[in-house]
Design a protein around this ligand. Structure first.
Ligand SMILES: Cc1cc2nc3c(=O)[nH]c(=O)nc-3n(C[C@H](O)[C@H](O)[C@H](O)COP(=O)(O)OP(=O)(O)OC[C@H]3O[C@@H](n4cnc5c(N)ncnc54)[C@H](O)[C@@H]3O)c2cc1C
Length: 354
C-alpha cells in the first residue's frame, strides 16, 4: 500500500524539523523521516551558535550549556580577541526539542526510517520491519552534507572537509570560543568550544591532510598550554561542506534546505543558523509547491539569496585564500566578511589608531 502525504521531510536535523513544524502549522499533512534511532542522536557538531539566532528562533534555556562572550583566534603565536557572543548548545537536546515542536504542530515523525530512494513524488523508506512506499506532493530534502539521494537528483557533490572532534575535560572555566589556525590543519582550522567543565576540541581540514593526527597534535598543544586535562570523554566527527550553495534549491517537487543546500559557511563550517532559516522557509515553500503554486515556491530561492547570498559569496573568497595561500594568508584577509562583528571591531580599532 502507498501512503499519501502532502509533504515528505527527509532528515530530522534542524532544517528538517523546522520545515516539518512550519508546514504542519500551515495545515499540511507532513511526514518526517530520520534514519537515526532518535531525533538529535549524536549530531556531528561543535555546538556553537551566535546570539543573533535567538532573533529567529526561541532557544530554550534547557538547550544552552555555556554562555560565550567572544572569540579568541590563535594564529601562530598571535592571539586576536574579538566579539562574537553566543551559546554552546547541547545539540542532542536542541535537535530533540525541534523534533518535539514539529510533532506538536502536527507532523508525524518516523525514526529508524531511512530514505532509500526518491523519484518524482515517490519515495521508498526503509524501516526495521520493511519497506514503506510514500507518495508526496512535495519533499523537503534536509539530509545533511553530501547525501547520495541528493546526488541522484542531480545535485553536484560538494567539496567536503573532514571534521573530527573529542570531548575533553577543562582545567578551568573558559568563556570564549578558541579558534586555531595552523599550517598543520590544512585547508581549515581547529576549535575549542567550552561547555561547562568540558570542551569540544576539534578541527576541520582537507581529508588528505591527516585530520586524526592533526587533532592529536592540537590536543597535545592544549595539554602543554594547561588548558585541558588528560583524558577523552567522547569522540565524533562528520563532513563539512565548503563549496557554497547548490546551483538550484528547487529540483522538480523537491526543495533543498540546510547542509543539503550547501548553506554551511565555507570557512567557519557553521551551519545551524542557515539550517534554521532555510528549514522554516522551505516548510512554507513546500506547502505552496504541494498546492501547485510555483511562484511562491520560487520565492524560497530569492529569500535564501537575499539573506545569505552576499555572506556566503564573501566567505567563499576567504575559503579560496585558505585553500590556495595557506601559510601566507594574512589573518585580516581570511577573516574579511567571515565574522562581521570581528571586522567591525577591527575597523573601530584602526580608526582609533589614526
Ligand atoms: C565536526 C562538525 C562541527 C560543527 N560545528 C558547528 C558549530 O559549532 N556551529 C554551527 O553552526 N554548525 C556546526 N557544524 C555544522 C552543523 O552541524 C550543520 O550545519 C547542521 O547540523 C545542518 O543541519 P541540517 O538539518 O541541514 O543537517 P543535519 O543536522 O546533518 O541533519 C540531517 C539529518 O538527516 C539524517 N539523514 C541522513 N541521511 C538520511 C537518510 N537517507 N534517510 C533518513 N535520514 C537521513 C541524518 O541522520 C541527520 O539527522 C558542524 C559540523 C561538523 C561536521
Amino acid at each position: 500500500m502507498v501512503r499519501e502525504v502532502d509533504l515528505l521531510v527527509a532528515g530530522g536535523g534542524p532544517a528538517g524539523c523546522l520545515a516539518a513544524r512550519q508546514a504542519a502549522s500551515l495545515g499540511a499533512r507532513v511526514l518526517l523521516v530520520e534514519k537515526k534511532r532518535r531525533i538529535g542522536a549524536l549530531p556531528h557538531c561543535a555546538e556553537f551558535v551566535p546570539r543573533a539566532l535567538s532573533l529567529e528562533l526561541d532557544i530554550p534555556e534547557k538547550t544552552k550549556v555555556q554562555d560565550i562572550v567572544g572569540m579568541e583566534s590563535w594564529l601562530g603565536e598571535e592571539k586576536h580577541r574579538t566579539p562574537g557572543p553566543g551559546w554552546v548548545l547541547d545539540r542532542q537536546v536542541f535537535d530533540f526539542h525541534l523534533g518535539v515542536m514539529a510533532a506538536k504542530a502536527g507532523a508525524e515523525i518516523w525514526t529508524q526510517a531511512r530514505v532509500q530512494s526518491l523519484a518524482g513524488d515517490q519515495a521508498e523508506i526503509r524501516l526495521p520491519h520493511g519497506l514503506e512506499k510514500i507518495k508526496a506532493k512535495a519533499t523537503v530534502l534536509a539530509l545533511g552534507a553530501g547525501s547520495q539521494i541528493a546526488r541522484e537528483l542531480g545535485v553536484e557533490k560538494p567539496s567536503l572537509l573532514t571534521g573530527v572532534q573529542v570531548v575533553v575535560p577543562l582545567t578551568a572555566a573558559v568563556d570564549r570560543t578558541l579558534i586555531f589556525f595552523d599550517p598543520e590543519i590544512k585547508g581549515g582550522y581547529g576549535w575549542l568550544f567550552p561547555r561547562g567543565d568540558v570542551a569540544n576540541l576539534g578541527l576541520g581540514c582537507l581529508p588528505e591532510a591527516g585530520p586524526v593526527k592533526a587533532l592529536a597534535a592540537l590536543r597535545e598543544r592544549m595539554l602543554a598550554e594547561g588548558l585541558i586535562k588528560p583524558g577523552i570523554l567522547g569522540r565524533g566527527g562528520g563532513a563539512i561542506p565548503v563549496s557554497g550553495p547548490v546551483d538550484s534549491f528547487l529540483k522538480g517537487n523537491v526543495i533543498l534546505a540546510g547542509d543539503a543546500a550547501g548553506l554551511t559557511h565555507p570557512v567557519t563550517g557553521g551551519g545551524i543558523p542557515q539550517a534554521v532559516f532555510s528549514g522554516q522557509e522551505a516548510g512554507k515553500a513546500a506547502v505552496a509547491l504541494a498546492r501547485g503554486d510555483m511562484q511562491e515556491a520560487r520565492e524560497y530561492e530569492e529569500n535564501l539569496r537575499l539573506r545569505y547570498g552576499r555572506y556566503l559569496t564573501r566567505a567563499l573568497k576567504a575559503r579560496r585564500l585558505l585553500s590556495e595561500k595557506w601559510g601566507v594568508a594574512p589573518f585580516e584577509e581570511l577573516m574579511k566578511g567571515t565574522w562581521p562583528a570581528w571586522a567591525g571591531a577591527q575597523r573601530k580599532k584602526a580608526k582609533k589608531a589614526k
